[in-house]
Write a protein that binds this ligand. Structure first.
Ligand code: NAD
Length: 459
């Protein structure tokens, strides 16, 4: 488990160990032993699988590509987590992401464990035929450990419904006659995917922010205004006024979160900056998000990078360097690209008072502490970006029942689930001195610990 996740889990365990009302039957040295046992269960994955996929490229060259699947913990159900195609994929990162999935599912009461997979490639360097082969080989190499009741992958960065369709088809041909619909989620709708899955993460990311500021803070205004809590002050100062928003990453998560923000009628948002792997676009009067989405859909997912491209689509924006999105004078920064984007070296340049983690671990531990000490609210990954895995769960259920829900039903179920988590976490967050991430971790660790204890795994 990487240092930030590991140290927050340890802090959560330390707090729970001291709180004798939690698991009260565990006393003295038995209690100590149980918490030592918990720390080792949560800090180590159950399985790490690594392989080198042997692929014959279209030009005749044969390459061996590193591929991983980490199964962190299955206390709550089958392992669940995305498969990432990105050149930075390595064992350590996949392990950390798998641990985050365990905590995310526990926090939102999704009956899955945590896993993650990845292949170390830049998908843009491969033809469609080669990507198809790579996807098939991944399933082939790991087929023994995958399955609807064992380990259920989904898309992540660099993968989408196309890859999940290919992978499920390969799984089905390897295991003829066995249930296969629930083996992968995030599939295309015609192939058994759920309506709303593509938008689920981005919609959920925006929902957490909107629910906190509009529904919760407005409702609790009187109570919060009497509070000395530093985060309550930040939230109150951001409620009831127009907010400037910046979004880093304009893929599946970032573009949907930006569109939700653009269309929101409950808060007055102006999206002044968005970015992707090439560029930041800025407009102090607000960017035209639907037109930018229109542009990316015709340009391999990329935002415009030249004045000609902007004027072709009648778009008005300043073209800035890629990382400038992080440092704009905004109220809210939605991080929806990669890990480690806000770190010790650049944290002082970040001006936003609210940061929402659409990506996994985009703020490092050091930066998190510096921002939290200043009262910046960070809506953490395990709370904000769970929409994808929640709707994956609905897709898995629909695959079992072979009954499908309407898009409206899916979004209602999604928002109900996220609302229920927010209603559990927010009163605690605004009432005690811990940052929101710590509150979420404590809740997730409590859930996992209680079940492990009930199952007799701690002694
Ligand atoms: P994606 O591949 O669809 O989009 C990634 C976006 O980030 C693209 O716009 C890309 O150009 C941009 N990008 C890449 N490098 C960048 C950089 N250095 N600076 C700025 N932008 C950069 O991926 P996605 O599905 O939107 O996932 C984004 C993040 O959200 C990932 O960290 C992923 O793990 C996380 N996440 C995704 C889901 C999901 O359901 N897709 C669920 C949970 C978490």
């Amino acid at each position: 488990m990487a240092s930030q996740t590991g140290s927050i889990v340890q802090h959560s365990l330390d707090a729970l160990m001291e709180d004798t009302s939690f698991l009260p039957t565990l006393k003295d040295s038995t209690r100590e032993k149980a918490f030592t046992s918990l720390a080792s269960i949560l800090s180590t994955p159950n399985h790490i699988l690594k392989s080198f996929l042997r692929i014959a490229l279209e030009n005749g060259e044969v390459v061996r590509i590193p591929a991983f699947r980490v199964q962190h913990n299955n206390t709550l159900g089958p392992y669940k987590g995305g498969i990432r195609f990105h050149e930075s994929v390595g064992e350590e990162d996949v392990m950390n992401l798998a641990a985050l999935m365990t905590l995310k599912n526990a926090l939102h009461e999704v009956p899955f464990g945590g896993g993650k997979g990845g292949i170390s490639i830049n998908p843009r360097d491969y033809t469609i035929k080669e990507l198809h082969l790579i996807s098939q080989k991944y399933v082939h190499y790991f087929s023994d450990i995958l399955g609807p009741d064992k380990d259920i992958p989904a898309p992540d960065m660099g993968t989408g419904d196309r890859e999940m369709d290919w992978m499920m088809a390969e799984y089905k041909s390897i295991r003829p006659g066995q249930p296969y619909r629930g083996s992968f989620t995030g599939k295309s709708v015609v192939n058994g995917g759920s309506l709303g899955r593509r938008e689920a993460t981005g919609k959920g990311v925006y929902f957490t922010f909107r629910y906190m500021l509009y529904d919760f803070v407005k409702e609790q205004k009187n109570l919060l205004s009497k509070s000395e809590n530093i985060f309550a002050k930040t939230a109150l100062s951001s409620a009831d006024r127009s907010l400037k928003v910046a979004v880093q990453g304009f893929g599946n998560v970032g573009s949907v979160a930006a569109l939700e923000s653009y269309n929101c009628t409950k808060l007055q948002n102006k999206i002044v900056a968005v970015s992707d792997r090439n560029v930041t676009l800025y407009n102090s009067d607000g960017l035209d998000i639907p037109s930018l989405i229109g542009f990316t859909s015709m340009n391999d997912g990329d935002l415009p990078t030249t004045e000609e491209q902007l004027s072709e689509f009648d778009l008005k924006a300043k073209i800035l360097n890629r990382d400038e999105v992080l440092y704009q004078d905004v109220d809210v920064l939605i991080l929806a690209a990669l890990e480690d984007q806000v770190h010790k070296e650049n944290v002082d340049k970040v001006k936003a008072q609210i940061i929402v983690e659409g990506a996994n671990a985009p703020v490092t531990g050091d930066a998190d502490r510096i921002l939290s000490d200043k009262g910046v609210i960070i809506v953490p990954d395990i709370l904000a970006n769970a929409g994808g895995v929640i709707v994956s769960y609905f897709e898995w259920l629909q695959g079992r029942e072979t009954q499908f829900y309407s898009e409206e039903e899916v979004f209602k179920l999604l928002f109900d689930k996220m609302k229920s988590t927010m209603d559990t976490i927010l009163p605690q967050f605004f009432g005690d001195p811990f940052p929101l991430r710590q509150n979420c971790y404590i809740h997730a660790v409590m859930k996992l610990s209680t079940i492990l204890y009930r199952q007799g795994k701690l002694y």
